[in-house]
Design a protein around this ligand. Structure first.
Ligand SMILES: C[S@@+](CC[C@H](N)C(=O)[O-])C[C@H]1O[C@@H](n2cnc3c(N)ncnc32)[C@H](O)[C@@H]1O
Length: 294
């Protein structure tokens, strides 16, 4: 799903944003000026996304979903919110586990594909068009307190994430959890690039695959393509771990689970040897968190 981040076009942080970063992690992590563009781009790319992604690629099937299933521990009948559900691929997986699913996405075209793909066999799913930063909208679609919430590979696509954490804290039952998977902000972001080095050591050729990181601390927006050939680049929002997790902790959540997932060395090789796959089995492109509402 994610490109080798070196392919993305970077937008260097402005002096203004650096000032903000010093004064407040929360406001520095927010990019409300991009909300409209995010919606437009995802609507524009939705048909391409839906045909490429279908019911899930290797990032979803190998890295994200097994960890999500472990961390969410869904029980039949539970009410689960699927945040930024895209074409609904995780909503259908949750529905088939017996959850009652409320799913939403900001892009109406994505929701059109989500509805097209879903049938009664996928269980009890309601789809809505909604921006995750619309706090009253979230309260409107969740008519009762929810047991759990999921956001698969989407928080870095959202211009603002404070409102969703704040609202979830009100909507989740005590003991309920929010599980979210992300491109790993340390290794798979705008200012990182995959590399391969070959050298001779004691007469033997040695190949090393690694990640070079040139920027991390400052929240930034950059544009990139999640899928090769995607019509428009999308805005991505890089938030370092301290900024990301502080938002959840300050909203009242407790961190109760964390998984870092890399492709196993036995995974089939990709089209290029310098792309996320078996050559990078020691470096996780994806991180998954569980935050509990006490
Ligand atoms: C990378 S896709 C992931 C979709 C889905 N979760 C999946 O696993 O396939 C990111 C999604 O986030 C949605 N999105 C971005 N900002 C959003 C927002 N503020 N509120 C709701 N959805 C948003 C986009 O429309 C897009 O469908």
């Amino acid at each position: 799903m994610a490109l080798a981040s070196g392919e993305a076009k970077n937008c260097p942080p402005s002096a203004e944003r650096e000032d903000l970063a010093e004064s407040s992690t929360l406001s520095a992590s927010s990019f409300p000026e991009y909300r409209h563009e995010v919606k437009q781009v995802w609507n524009h790319n939705s048909a391409y996304w839906d045909s490429y992604m279908g019911e899930g690629n290797d990032f979803v099937n190998v890295l994200c979903w097994p960890a999500i299933e472990e961390l969410l521990e869904i029980e039949p009948g539970q009410m689960v919110l699927d945040i930024a559900c895209g074409n609904g691929l995780t909503s259908r997986r949750l529905g088939r586990l017996g959850a009652r699913v409320i799913a939403f996405d900001v892009a109406e075209e994505m929701i059109r594909f989500a509805k097209q793909r879903s049938s009664d066999e996928d269980g009890d799913i309601q789809f809505h068009v909604l921006d995750a930063s619309d706090e009253s909208g979230l309260e409107r679609i969740c008519k009762e307190r929810i047991d759990a919430a999921l956001s698969n590979m989407a928080l870095f696509d959202m211009a603002e994430i404070e409102p969703v954490f704040r609202t979830l804290h009100r909507l989740l039952k005590p003991g309920g959890c929010f599980v979210f998977s992300m491109m790993h902000p340390c290794f798979n972001q705008a200012h990182s690039a995959l590399f391969c080095e070959r050298e001779e050591v004691d007469g033997e050729e040695v190949t090393t695959y690694g990640v070079r990181v040139a920027g991390y601390m400052t929240p930034t927006m950059h544009k990139g393509r999640a899928l090769a050939g995607q019509p428009l680049p999308q805005p991505y929002f890089h938030r370092p771990l301290h900024a990301l997790l502080s938002i959840g902790l300050e909203a009242g959540f407790v961190l109760t689970g964390i998984e870092e997932r890399a492709f196993p060395a036995s995974h089939p090789p990709g089209r290029q040897d310098v792309s996320w796959g078996p050559n990078f089995s020691e470096i996780p492109p994806v991180i998954i968190f569980r935050m509990l509402r006490p």
